[in-house]
Ligand binder design. Structure first.
Ligand SMILES: Cc1cc2nc3c(=O)[nH]c(=O)nc-3n(C[C@H](O)[C@H](O)[C@H](O)COP(=O)(O)O)c2cc1C
Length: 174
């Protein structure tokens, strides 16, 4: 599969077959996040792999919007460290994107659970604290997102994308 095909085929997959992910497959997905670029090449991100069933179930309670973790066979928690780089949020976000795309190439389905919330510090603290306590993540790391994954169960209806001209502009915005 080429990169563009993975980009086009990527969807958020939230139902998974009862089939475990071989270590080699999961490690390659993790490596996609590991190899993702960072601003100024600074090491602001960390990736925490979770496969343990009780921990996946507990992570599902981080927000009301990641119940799919109860079915997921693995999760990758992506964190960023502001002390290391002012681009920590972008660094973590691009790692999430790479992980999601490699999951597609590997035949997995992945879902994105937002944890850090830049517009609501209080909510962010509650969400992050839940994950932090469960996985012993030090205070200086923000918990940006949790990607859940597994082999997809079922198929999705094709996605209707927004009109390209509403998104893509040439030379100037208008
Ligand atoms: C920044 C961001 C935050 C998201 N947060 C969540 C979330 O908390 N829970 C969830 O189920 N999906 C979440 N998603 C997934 C989107 O809802 C999903 O990608 C979008 O509806 C488009 O569908 P598609 O991925 O199938 O193209 C998030 C995606 C992004 C990029």
């Amino acid at each position: 599969m080429d990169v563009f095909q993975a980009i086009q085929e990527r969807r958020e997959i939230t139902t998974y077959a009862d089939r475990s992910i071989p270590d080699k497959v999961l490690e390659k997905v993790v490596d996609a996040g590991y190899y993702a670029p960072t601003g100024n090449n600074l090491p602001s991100k960390s990736l925490i792999i979770v496969r343990n069933r009780p921990n996946l179930d507990s992570l599902a309670a981080t927000t009301p919007y990641m119940n799919w973790l109860k079915e997921a066979k693995a999760a990758i928690v992506v964190t960023g460290k502001p002390k290391i780089s002012k681009y920590w949020l972008q660094d973590a976000s691009i790692a999430c994107a790479f992980i999601w795309l490699e999951a597609v190439e590997a035949g997995l389905g992945a879902a994105f659970g937002a944890v850090y919330h830049s517009e609501d510090k209080k909510e962010s603290f509650v969400r992050e604290n839940h994950v932090r306590k469960l996985l012993s993540i030090p205070e200086e790391h923000h918990i940006v997102a949790i990607l859940g994954m597994g082999y997809p169960e079922g198929t999705l209806k094709p996605k209707k994308h927004l009109a390209r001209e509403d998104i893509v502009h040439y030379e100037t915005f208008s």
